[in-house]
Each structure stands twice: as C-alpha cells, then as structure tokens.
Design a protein around this ligand. Structure first.
Ligand code: AMP
Ligand code: MG
Length: 342
C-alpha cells in the first residue's frame, strides 16, 4: 500500500471533527472527494449551490497543485528543490508562507514550517516510520529554522538543504479561500469539512447553528458536539497519524521543533474555534506543541479565538466564549469539563 492509500484509510476513520448537519428544507449540493491527502466533504445550500460547489472543488484542486510537497510542478516543490536560489511563487502561496512565518514568530517557533527534514527522518512523509538517532536529529536540526527563510514580494529563498511544509496551515487557508469564493457567488450558507478542518459559512438556512462532532482522542467516539456559525474549527493531536516504535512508545506526526521529537506533553488534543481557518489551523498545531499551561497563557494574551483542550488525563477544558455551545454526548458524560476563564 502506498502512502496515499494509507492516508486515505487513516483519514476515513480518524478525522477529529466532523459535520452533523445539512441544509434541511433548502436546495443542497454535497460532494465528498479526496484532495490534499485527506477526505473533504462540502455541503452548499441555496439555489446556485451546484455550480458553486463545482467551483469550490476546482479551487481546492488548484491550491493543491500550488502547495503539494510532492507534485513536481508545485510552488513548494520548486522552493524545496531550488538549491538556495530565490523562487517566484503565486501570490496565494506567498501569502500562506508569510502568514506561516509570522505565526512561527508569534508562537516562539512552536509552529515551524521548515520542520520537514525532521518529519521525513521519522518517516511521516513516506509511511516508513522509524526512530532516528539523537545524532541524526541534531544534524537535521541545522536544516530547520523559520528565521532563515527569506520571503519578499512573492520571492522565496530557502538555504540549501532546508524544506518547507505547509501541512499545518494550508488546509485552514484553503477553507478561508473557498468560503470566500462561495460567498462571492451569493452563497450564504455552507459547511466545508476539509479533512476534519471545519469551515462554516453563515449559519444553517433556518438561522440555527451548524452542529459539529468532536471526537474523543482516546477511542475515536463522539465526545461532544459544538454549535457554530460563521466560524472555523480545527483540531490537532497525535491521535490521527502516529506509529508505535520498537520501544513500544507512541510517536505522533506533530514535532516539537525545539527537541526534534514528536510532541509528548499533557495534551491529547487541541481544538481552536475562530473566524479565520488559517489562524485556527496554525494555532491548533502550535498550541498542541506548547502544552496546557502555555496554550492557556497564549489564549489569555491573544483573546481572538476560543479553544477546547483535552488533557492526557481526560479532562475537557473549554474557554468561556463557547462553553455554552459545547455539549458532552451521553456516552462520555463522565468526562470532567472545566471552563477556562480570562
Ligand atoms: P495539523 O494537523 O494542522 O496539526 O498539522 C500537522 C502537520 O504539520 C504534520 O503532519 C506535519 O506535516 C506538519 N508539522 C508537524 N509538526 C509541525 C510543527 N511543529 N510546525 C509546523 N508544522 C508541523
Ligand atoms: Mg494545524
């Protein structure tokens, strides 16, 4: 089985978030497809929904062609194989890179879009997982560091040996771009599931919230539901993509750039709720790397988003802005829920 097929299997069963509602009594178009290494399901409501949905799908294909790490014609491939020379990229690629670099800076390097060489050493890019030696990780860390990327006027320069991977932010930005495209076509109500990154355009046609299911990171069951309108919801955790090493330990696909090792802290998953998909995506990854205390500190200082932190001991911690919108399902009513306040 190649990596694409493996990912298809993993994604089919383990997306952290999924949609629980449709358009009800209004014309609706729905399509599920595989793109950007994940399953997507788009539900678009309204008269013009069929054409709008087709355009949205085409837009995703277009973005995938720009941002794929493996497609030899993509912007990211060109940057990663430039041998240290400047590469001219599409405006959207430049915007995504600049945003990622800015978020890397703002999160103190917890998010690092240059982590790819280390991710590869752990086998997460090929599916051939292994535990690299400490000296190998130390050597590869020389090729990692968002501070070394130069980006100016749609021209991006990486040092020879470095590689960019926008996997932690690209799907979120794709959600923003697609939602905007739908909105420009007069669509007021749509729900985009981009491999478990949810983007809600407006509310349901009847004015009520879209209902989103949040999985239990320990067993994959439906832990709770969240009502949202006009918002993005993105979850990160090491439940989705991981392997069990020869030492019997679980190693996940999110790397702590400081150590070069998969994240191992007091968090099982981080869900970010906010107005922009790219911001939610960047923060879900970064706050997962940070661990509980630093994640809460970041939220208190920033204040522009809400979040649900599930700790490794199984507590569910919900920020005050969405506390009333989150409901545990009856199967998991024994989970302790806490409100995180300013
Ligand atoms: P997400 O699912 O949005 O949390 O993104 C995880 C993906 O981002 C991984 O599969 C890697 O491709 C990449 N990645 C892993 N660790 C990091 C990190 N610390 N910073 C940026 N990207 C990362
Ligand atoms: Mg992310």
């Amino acid at each position: 089985m190649n990596i694409g097929e493996k990912l298809k299997r993993i994604c089919a069963v383990t997306a952290f978030l999924f949609t629980l509602s449709g358009c009800a009594n209004v014309p609706e178009s729905t399509e599920s497809f595989f793109a950007m290494n994940t399953y997507m399901t788009f539900t678009v409501c309204g008269e013009n929904s069929e054409q709008a949905l087709r355009d949205a799908h085409n837009k995703i294909d277009e973005l995938e062609k720009l941002w794929s790490v493996t497609d030899e014609n993509s912007d990211i491939y060109a940057i990663n194989h430039s041998g240290g020379t400047a590469v001219e990229v599409n405006g959207l690629t430049a915007e995504l890179i600049d945003f990622s670099l800015d978020m890397a800076h703002r999160t103190g390097g917890a998010l690092d879009p240059t982590i790819y060489p280390i991710l590869t050493a752990w086998g997460f890019t090929t599916g051939e997982n292994r535990i690299p030696s400490e000296s190998e990780i130390a050597e590869l860390k020389k090729n990692v560091g968002y501070n070394k990327v130069k980006s100016d006027n749609n021209r991006v320069t990486l040092e020879n040996g470095m590689m960019l991977d926008l996997g932690a932010v690209g799907k979120g930005f794709a959600g923003d771009i697609t939602a905007e495209l739908l909105s420009e076509q007069g669509i007021e109500s749509a729900l985009l599931d981009i491999g478990g990154n949810i983007h809600a355009l407006g509310s349901k046609p009847d004015g009520s919230d879209w209902q989103i299911g949040l999985r239990n990171p320990f067993d994959g069951g439906i832990l709770g539901t969240l009502g949202i309108s006009d918002a993005a919801v993105v979850t990160s955790g090491n439940y989705e993509r991981y392997f069990i090493g020869d030492d019997g330990k679980k190693y996940g696909h999110i790397i702590n750039p400081e150590s070069g090792y998969p994240v191992e802290n007091d968090l099982a998953s981080v869900t970010i709720i906010g107005s922009e998909g790219k911001m939610c995506d960047a923060l879900s990854t970064a706050l997962f790397v940070m661990g509980y205390d630093k994640a809460v500190e970041y939220w208190r200082n920033d204040g522009s988003f809400d979040m649900i932190l599930i700790t490794d001991s199984g507590t569910v911690n919900v920020t005050e802005g969405i506390y009333e919108k989150f409901t545990l399902t009856s199967d998991y009513s024994g989970f302790m829920t806490f409100k995180i306040e300013k």
